[in-house]
Write a protein that binds this ligand. Structure first.
Ligand SMILES: [Zn+2]
Ligand SMILES: [Zn+2]
Length: 340
C-alpha cells in the first residue's frame, strides 16, 4: 500500500510502497482510511520536536487524525463490523488501568500514539484497536470529519470540562479563532448560555467567529485586555487560550475575573503569576490535553447534527509533501485532509 513515511528529521516525508498491516491481537482493527488530517504537530514531528518524547523507530507512517471504514477485525471485536464508518480516538488505550477505569483514558498508563510513536493513518490502511472506534452514520464522509479526531477533540475536551462553570449569566473568552479555536467557539455556542467574547489578531477570523456564535469580538491590537475586562465587567469566568504563547498567556490570565479559570490549550509561552495573585483572587490555571473517547463520541453527535462544522481542503495521499508545505507556509484555509 501507499504510505507517507518519515525517514529522518529535518527532511520531507516520502510516499512509499509498504506491506499492508496485519491483525495479530484479538482486539485489533484494520481501518481503510478515508481521510487523514494534516496537522501542525506533523510539522513539529519533522522538525524533531517529538523525538525525545515518543522515540519512534524510523521510518514510520505519519498521521494521527484518522477516519475511514472497518476493513478487518480481530476475533474478540464486537463493537464494530466490516464496512462500518468510523472516526478513531487518537490513542489506543488498555481499558484496564486506573485512568481508563476512571474515564480519563487519555492518561492511560499503557497507551500508544499512532502517527507519533508508530505507524499512523497517512496510508491506505491503519492498524488500531477496537477501543478507538467511534461508529458514525454511514452517510458520513470520513474526509469531512477526520480532523475532529485531534483538533476537534482537544477543543471539545476543554469546553466540556468547563461546563459547570459556564452557567447562564457567566462570560467566556476565547483567545485565537484559528483551527482549534473555531471548533471551541462552536462547542461553547452549542453547549452553554455563556456570553462569549472572541479575541484574535485577524479581523477575518473574527468575522467567522461572529457567524459561529460569538456575541462580541475584540481585535488583539494592544488594547484588547482592557476591552475584554470592560465587556466582561471585570473579567471572564472562563478564558480558553488557544494561543498561549507570545504573551497571550499572561494576557489571558489578566482577562480572568476573581475565582475565574484560565484554560490553557495552546502552548509555547511561559506564565508568570505572583502566588499572592493566585490566593488573593482564588483563580485557577487548568491544563488541557487531547480528550477522552467519550469526548470524541459526544463531539461527533454535535458534528452529525451540523452544530460543529470544519472547513477542509483535500489532497490526494501522494500530495502529502505539498499539503505539509502549504500548511507550513500558511496557505491552507481550515484543515488540510489527505484522501488515499
Ligand atoms: Zn493533530
Ligand atoms: Zn489504560
Amino acid at each position: 500500500m501507499k504510505a507517507v513515511r518519515i525517514h529522518g528529521y529535518h527532511q520531507q516525508p516520502v510516499v512509499d510502497d509498504i506491506p499492508e498491516p496485519k491483525i495479530s491481537g484479538p482486539l485489533d482493527v484494520i481501518v481503510k482510511i478515508g481521510g487523514a488530517g494534516v496537522c501542525r504537530t506533523d510539522l513539529h514531528i519533522i522538525e524533531g520536536q517529538w523525538e525525545q518524547a515518543m522515540n519512534p523507530a524510523l521510518p514510520y507512517v505519519l498521521g494521527h487524525e484518522n477516519a475511514g471504514w472497518i476493513q478487518e477485525v480481530g476475533s474478540a471485536v464486537t463493537n464494530v463490523a466490516v464496512g462500518d464508518t468510523v472516526i478513531l480516538h487518537p490513542t489506543p488505550t488498555c481499558g484496564l488501568c486506573h485512568a481508563c477505569r476512571a474515564g480519563d483514558d487519555m492518561h492511560c498508563e499503557n497507551n500508544s500514539f499512532p502517527g507519533l510513536s508508530h505507524d499512523g493513518g497517512m496510508a491506505e490502511y491503519l492498524l488500531t484497536s477496537a477501543r478507538c472506534c467511534v461508529k458514525l452514520d454511514p452517510s458520513t464522509q470520513p474526509k469531512d470529519v477526520a480532523a475532529l479526531a485531534d483538533a476537534g477533540i482537544t477543543a471539545y475536551h476543554a469546553v466540556r470540562k468547563a461546563l459547570p462553570l459556564l452557567y447562564p449569566g457567566t462570560s467566556a473568552v476565547v483567545i485565537g479563532a484559528g483551527g482549534l479555536g473555531h471548533i471551541g467557539i462552536q462547542c461553547i455556542a452549542a453547549l452553554t448560555a455563556a456570553d462569549l467574547t472572541v479575541v484574535d489578531r485577524n479581523p477575518d477570523a473574527l468575522k467567522l467567529a461572529e457567524q459561529l456564535g460569538a456575541a462580541h469580538t475584540v481585535v488583539a491590537d494592544g488594547n484588547h485586555v482592557a476591552a475584554v475586562q470592560e465587556l466582561t465587567k471585570g473579567g471572564a469566568h472562563v478564558v480558553f487560550d488557544f494561543v498561549a504563547e507570545q504573551g497571550a498567556e499572561n494576557e489571558g490570565w489578566a482577562m480572568t475575573r476573581r475565582a475565574g479559570s484560565y484554560y490553557v490549550i495552546g502552548y509555547g509561552g511561559e506564565l508568570h503569576i505572583p502566588t499572592l495573585d493566585v490566593i488573593g483572587t482564588e483563580r485557577n490555571v487548568i491544563g488541557n490535553i487531547v480528550g477522552t473517547y467519550n469526548d470524541l463520541a459526544e463531539l461527533m453527535v454535535l458534528a452529525q447534527a451540523g452544530k460543529v462544522t470544519l472547513h477542509t481542503r483535500t489532497y490526494p495521499l501522494a500530495q502529502a509533501p505539498e499539503a505539509l508545505a502549504d500548511l507550513d507556509a500558511g496557505r491552507v484555509r481550515g484543515r488540510a485532509i489527505l484522501v488515499p
